[in-house]
Design a protein. Structure first.
Length: 201
């Protein structure tokens, strides 16, 4: 990747993480309520899937997800959460979500399920997956934390890719690299974007 592109992505990460961190609790709560309800309704509108692959929000006022995870569980879905495995392979294991009380501090300041809930059977490759990110553009290009765990996972996953985000996280353009897997849908407190590059439109 050209140095200018790297610099641009780093600058975007810095600006948007700072903006998320500066959000007041009231704004976070109000936006989250809308985003999570819209995300739940969207998932329920899809062909029924026993499984949903989610994530527990971490730092910098990332859109909170625990209420959504609980709502999905209450509707009979088996919810899986990622556990990043340290190392150059950048792989993730997936574990069953059994409630927020069971989550433990994990890598990158992201809550994780305990190790004894890790899935040992094959993962559900067509399950909808919630994908965190710092920024997205209307084509579905995602700017993550720059570590690469989700890039590797999404390259082998066939389910609908759903990105919950605050509306200001949707930017005009993000340079897409060869390893970037586009989102299918971005859901904010203001709109639902069906991404132009999606294979699930």
């Amino acid at each position: 990747m050209p140095n200018a592109a790297v610099s641009s992505k780093q600058a975007t990460r810095s600006v948007l993480r700072a903006r998320r961190s500066a959000m007041s609790p009231e704004i976070v709560e109000n936006a989250t309520r809308i985003i999570m309800q819209s995300t739940l309704e969207y998932i329920e509108s899809l062909p029924r899937s026993e499984w949903v692959m989610g994530y527990a929000a971490g730092r910098d006022n990332e859109v909170p997800t625990l209420e959504l995870l609980d709502a999905l569980s209450s509707k009979g879905h088996v919810v899986l959460l990622p556990i990043p495995i340290p190392g150059k392979e950048r792989t993730m294991r997936w574990a069953r979500y059994t409630g927020s009380d069971a989550l433990l501090p994990g890598a990158f300041e992201i809550p994780e399920p305990p190790a004894d809930t890790i899935m040992n059977e094959p993962l559900p490759r067509t399950a909808p997956v919630l994908v965190p990110g710092i920024a997205f553009d209307p084509t579905g290009t995602r700017l993550g934390f720059g570590v690469g765990y989700y890039d590797r996972f999404l390259a082998e996953h066939d389910g609908v890719r759903i990105a919950p985000a605050y509306d200001f996280q949707v930017v005009e353009h993000i340079q897409r690299e060869g390893h970037d897997i586009p989102m299918d849908v971005i859901i904010t407190e203001k709109r639902l974007i069906r991404c132009r590059a999606s294979s699930h439109r």
